[in-house]
Design a protein around this ligand. Structure first.
Ligand code: NAD
Length: 272
């Protein structure tokens, strides 16, 4: 996949400043979103997992990023330092993108009941769901004029998808957290939403046993018989992060070529 998406240019994010987390490489969903935000005039900071600097630097440059700082969501000191750096660089922000998830590989295969450990479960929930609550608290403190917070989920929260297991439970918690955060932050003019893309070829997907199957099933079982396009995810993010999304909060928006609406397909017995 190219790292030079031709995202529609414009001024929808002109004058807006914000933070994008979760850029690991050119395949990251966060990168697609950042490329679209940059093409619409946003000023951004990237917060990345410590140790990823060298991978992320070139992309940050490409998007004209003002601040590149490490932030491990499991480490309060690292989060304190990262948000202090954002405040120093920008003062206030208008948007925040949370694109972070992790579960041990061993938990992402086979039987959910047999393979889920206490440590693995808590780690997945900590990094993939609690981190969102923590980020929403920290980001909203920098949004005195309102703003928009966005996270990324997957349909494995709603239905049992092979191998997704613990991550599905974490995503269910994440989606509930979106609704509670939207309720709390709504009166402050801060909107909180999630995008639920179909399977996409990223580092995270590679960590899931049978990730390729998720891609091919995502395509063949979708209404459109297509892969989920980065441009489609980035476009939906632009809608929610810009003023176009003015009255939308607490939502989980599927961007999956219609994967989630399907019952069963013709070749599974749908013909008359
Ligand atoms: P990715 O691997 O590019 O991004 C995941 C990011 O999480 C990485 O940048 C990684 O550094 C970061 N991360 C992990 N542990 C961290 C920690 N302790 N502190 C800070 N950052 C940490 O993969 P992606 O697919 O772009 O994932 C982004 C989001 O999109 C995730 O929430 C993922 O679940 C979600 N999503 C992915 C798909 C898909 O098929 N790829 C589909 C739907 C939703």
């Amino acid at each position: 996949m190219a790292d030079d998406y031709q995202m529609p240019k414009g001024e929808l994010m002109k004058g807006k400043r914000g933070v994008v987390t979760g850029v690991a490489n050119h395949q990251s969903i966060a990168w697609g979103i950042a490329a679209q935000l940059a093409a619409q005039g946003a000023e951004m900071a990237f917060l990345h997992l410590p140790g990823m600097e060298r991978r992320v630097e070139a992309l940050a440059q490409q998007a004209g990023v003002k601040l590149l700082a490490p932030a491990d969501v499991t480490d309060d000191a690292s989060m304190d330092a990262a948000f202090a750096a954002v405040e120093k660089a920008f003062g206030t922000i208008d948007f925040f993108v949370h694109a972070i998830a992790f579960a041990n590989k061993d938990e992402l295969k086979g039987s959910f009941v047999d393979n889920t450990t206490r440590d693995g479960f808590l780690r997945a929930l900590n990094i993939s769901a609690f981190s969102f609550v923590d980020c929403a608290r920290r980001a909203s403190a920098l949004m005195p004029n309102g703003g928009s917070i966005l996270t990324l989920t997957y349909m494995g929260s709603e239905r049992a998808i092979p191998n997704y297991n613990t991550m599905g439970v974490a995503k269910a918690a994440l989606e509930a957290a979106v609704r509670y955060a939207a309720r709390d932050l709504g009166p402050k003019g801060i909107r909180v939403n999630a995008l639920s893309p179909g399977a996409m070829r990223t580092l995270s997907l590679a960590g899931i046993s049978g990730g390729r199957g998720m891609l091919s099933k995502g395509r063949s079982l979708s209404a459109m018989k297509q892969d989920t396009a980065m441009e489609g995810v980035a476009g939906a993010a632009l809608w929610l992060l810009s003023d176009l999304g003015l009255s939308t909060t607490g939502e989980v928006i599927h961007v999956d070529a219609g994967f989630h609406i399907m019952g069963f397909t013709e070749d599974e017995g749908g013909e008359a």
